[in-house]
Design a protein around this ligand. Sequence first.
Ligand code: ADP
Ligand code: ZN
Length: 714
Amino acid sequence: MRVVSVYIEHPIMQLNSPFHYLLKGEDYLARGMRVKVDFNGRLLVGFVDEVEEVEDLDAYCRNLDYQLKEIQEIIDDEPLLNDELYQLGLWMSRQSVSPVISCFQAMLPAALKPSSSHKPAARERWVIIDDAELKTQFGFSEATLKQFLQKCTSHFYAKYRRQGLIHTEDREKQAQSGQLEIGEAPYQLTEKQKQALYDIEQSEQNVVLLHGLTGSGKTEIYMQLAEKALRQGRQVLILVPEISLTSLMISRFKKRFGDNIAVYHSGLNPSEKYQQYQLVRSHKAQLVVGTRSAVFMPFADLGLIVLDEEHDNSYKQDSTPRYHTRDIAIKRAEHHHCKVILGSATPTLESYARAIKNVYKLITLDERIFNKLPISHLVDMNQQVRQGNFIISQPLTEAIGQRLEAGKQVILLLNRRGYTPIMKCASCGEVLTCPHCDVTLSYHKDENKLICHCCGYSQSADVICPKCGAKRWRNYGIGTQRLVEEVERLYPKARVVRMDADTTAQKDAHRRILEAFQNHEYDILVGTQMIAKGLDFPDVTLVGVFNADGPLNRMDYRSVETTFDLIVQASGRSGRSEEAGEVYVQAYDITHYGIRLAVKQNYIAFFNNEMQYRHSGYYPPYSYMIALMFSGKDEKLLEDAAYETVEVFRKDEKIRTLGPSKLLKKKDECRYRILMKGSDKQYLIDQLWKWYDQQNYLRHQVAIQVDVDPYILD
Ligand code: ADP
Ligand code: ZN
């Protein structure tokens, strides 16, 4: 008789310890396989942890205060997670203070998640030839039906079947995979690239921070390292922050390594994802380009991991388990004894600080391959507004005009979608807010709607003021729709395209807009932060950044860093080929060091300034931080829970607490947050677990979310 411990996925309760079940019979069952079990009268899917042979079941049961139930069904034939990944899940749970089962969930493609008990749908029909003569005639003993029917007509197919010479089977569909073709670089590496490559290979540290300007040849270095690993028969993982950037990276890698590279990102449907997953698992895929979740693919022998644009926020998952892709990549590289390359023009302060302390190997590329950095101008918008230029400043207006005349292209970045972010009643000053969130409604002129950017709630924009009944509204601020309108007013002949969450909702819209811009179907690309990164358009010689200091107003210790990153990244889109580029950065707070140094593209000076600020506030990287969020509908209950909790941690001398602070309501949920800081991360985590394990009773009305190393505090 066997006793099996099982991690259970419960729809409401966050259960973190395994439960025990009984397994009769001789069926194969091992760690990492899924089973169905009865839990309080519900049939739930669980993940097997330990399988233990028990000699004397009665004696075993006597020690329990509950009755052992039998496992209802075994779902898988073999473990879904190998030993490395299973251990990784346990480690991730520990480090991110989240339930083990949530980590397994995050690691598996949707088709295999513990909660779904079905095998993925994509199957295909195979023809198996049973007759020896026929085998010789066809030259194979089995093939997909499709392949088979290329060799003979459906008439003969039916006849062979009737005669029992062949039979068919439905099998899981496999993505096609073939050999990579390893090509050579079409040019000589520069001296700087050669040196960087040499230093990376010689480095004793396995984690390398490649700090290189935009356009300094980082991607070429990734490809050289990939080539070496592939030639040794090892697998390679290239991570990029967003789907919109995968297509660029994929096409570059395809040019060098052929069409047989595997891709993995959220744009794939569950069955496509599953197929890619299986290819990696069977070692048929050697090179994978993907986004965040690709870091969990079942590699057999990894020779290299690259994390491009290391600073990007999307590497941090913003729901439980709140892991950071970099931490997972580093952990996996330890297991596989391979290198991790973190590449960025604006590394996170944490990573750069580690590199300076020699925890990571620091490699710097401080020259662009083709050109100098673009010439950047900081525009004081206070002055411009006094002159009547509310949206586009005078110097930028002129610069755009010049580019249009010369047939060049322009990118304009404004990190806010919609027409205007605020509508105010013209007679009483009332501002319209979302009924579900403490957020003002944005006016979207295209749809004539008021939309909440937090929850998606929308209503018609033809409203009367709920307070005074007036019907006139004033618009404040600018969004991308209004910017496009202004550009079209100033340059009636220009062809303008907008790229933001509203215009890219459809599958493939990203790629279509970018390709059209690349083909010169448009002169001006207006967009939100999604156009700031990675794009490489040789004819863009002018970039305008609007409301550059806007994000500084966020009450977040990282807001200066994100502001700096966005300006530097956006500037990097200008002047990428022979012709020099120009950048105009429009801001109100033009004395702020984050803005000034971003315009100068001076990362090191920014790093030193910002580190002083972090030091004085005891913020990361000088401390480790954990955010604890309470949310729910019952505000009194939340408040009590938050205040009770903060008392527990306040008694601890090694922990500094901030809050509880009441946050803005979101989606009808009230929220309270406590921040904890300390210099010993493991200690913080241990204390949090101690507390967390006692909280089961709370979890019905108060949802608790833990965020270790929080990225965005809003
Ligand atoms: P990054 O990844 O740092 O932005 P890239 O690797 O994209 O830089 O290089 C910028 C451009 O320079 C690309 O178009 C690339 O093809 C080209 N390039 C890179 N290395 C060389 C080289 N050694 N010689 C010529 N062109 C190069
Ligand atoms: Zn809302």
